[in-house]
Design a protein around this ligand. Structure first.
Ligand code: 5GP
Length: 116
């Protein structure tokens, strides 16, 4: 799939659409999900134009994993949840709805089960 720079996360990265940002570095941005699956649901995106993980450079993938880990640690500490779901969908067939690579960090209360 060719990268479409009109997708909503590309617009957020360019400052053309708003978001509640929680972390930014030279390679990644993390912001709150608009329709959270649980309170504290954060999305991590690379600044690189990549449709999904398969399209992302090695360096971009490393940056995303580093930021995702930092966010997971921060969310767990801030909310005191017992577990965290880290998810990343590739392709519409897998349920990916926004065609810019992204990772989900979703807090879990004890006993809850999440299906992506
Ligand atoms: P996917 O299903 O592609 O893995 O996840 C896309 C995620 O992006 C969904 O959790 C959805 O709620 C979130 N999302 C879609 N549009 C927006 C938006 O405009 N702003 C933010 N912050 N999140 C969005």
């Amino acid at each position: 799939m060719a990268y479409d720079s009109n997708n909503i996360f590309a617009k957020i990265l360019r400052g053309e659409a708003s978001c509640i940002a929680v972390y930014e570095d030279t390679e990644t941005l993390a912001f709150m999900d608009l329709m959270p699956q649980a309170p504290g649901h954060v999305l991590i995106v690379p600044k690189e134009a990549a449709v999904n993980l398969l399209d992302l450079s090695e360096a971009g993938a490393q940056a995303c994993i580093r930021t995702t880990r930092r966010i997971a640690i921060a969310v767990k500490k801030a909310l005191g949840v017992e577990g965290l779901h880290v998810a990343q969908l590739n392709g519409a067939a897998a349920g990916q709805t926004v065609p810019h690579c992204h990772f989900h960090v979703i807090p879990h209360a004890a006993g809850t089960v999440l299906r992506m």
